[in-house]
Design a protein around this ligand. Structure first.
Ligand SMILES: [Mg+2]
Length: 223
């Protein structure tokens, strides 16, 4: 599977290097799933607290339930071609996360699966990720600047386009989640609060940043 690190993934001309054989990708996907599920589990209470402030307080539990369901089938998912595996993850998240986030996170992975190649390089991942963000925006009838997960996804996409390194991308995701604090929510349950949504981080932006950091750090750490 691909590396995000410029040193390891890019030749001097800025081109891309594709990953190893299929079973390597499968192994790495299982590691990614485990790492993502661990991160969500470790931060479930924090995500719930964020959602309690300006939502209905179910985000941590919902995400944990969904990612544990994906973890339970990690072996089967990892045996599939990458695009099928991502679609299976998306479908599982839609079915198990629930709330508003289930369809949105599910759509992200379903659309990624639709667009990604069998052995993605950074250019393909970036393009697929861009399409997936469009799909999430359409599903949520939302756009950047409305205090949602899109406010993390879009800067991460920009960072991928700009050739940022894995640590830089993780930092950009964290900063983007922080940047939702002063925003007024215009989509989702928090939007019912109007100005009272200002001053709190969006829970979906936070979970998205956590996942981005986990994924890029796991990819970076792979041989
Ligand atoms: Mg909620």
């Amino acid at each position: 599977m691909l590396q995000l690190s410029n040193e390891r993934s890019f030749d001097t001309a800025g081109g891309m290097e594709t990953g190893n054989a299929g079973d390597m990708a499968a192994l790495n996907l299982a590691r990614l799933i485990a790492a993502a599920a661990d991160t969500i589990a470790a931060h479930a209470e924090e995500l719930t607290a964020l959602d309690q402030a300006i939502g209905d307080g179910d985000h941590g539990l919902n995400m944990k339930r969904g990612f544990e369901a994906v973890r339970a089938e990690a072996e089967a998912f990892s045996a599939k071609p990458l695009h099928d595996a991502l679609k299976a993850i998306g479908t599982k998240l839609v079915m198990t996360v629930g709330g508003a986030s289930g369809p949105l996170f599910g759509t992200l992975f379903l659309a990624l699966g639709k667009e990604i190649s069998a052995a993605p390089d950074r250019a393909n991942l970036t393009a697929a990720f861009g399409k997936a963000i469009e799909a999430v925006a359409a599903r949520g009838k939302s756009q950047v600047g409305q205090k949602t997960m899109l406010d993390v996804l879009q800067p991460v996409h920009d960072a991928l386009l700009q050739g940022k390194t894995a640590p830089e991308i993780a930092g950009i995701a964290d900063a983007a989640a922080e940047a939702t604090v002063p925003m007024k929510a215009l989509r989702g349950r928090a939007s019912f609060l109007g100005d009272r949504s200002i001053g709190h981080m969006d829970a979906g932006a936070r979970s998205t940043a956590l996942l981005v950091r986990t994924i890029v750090e796991t990819l970076e750490g792979q041989p």
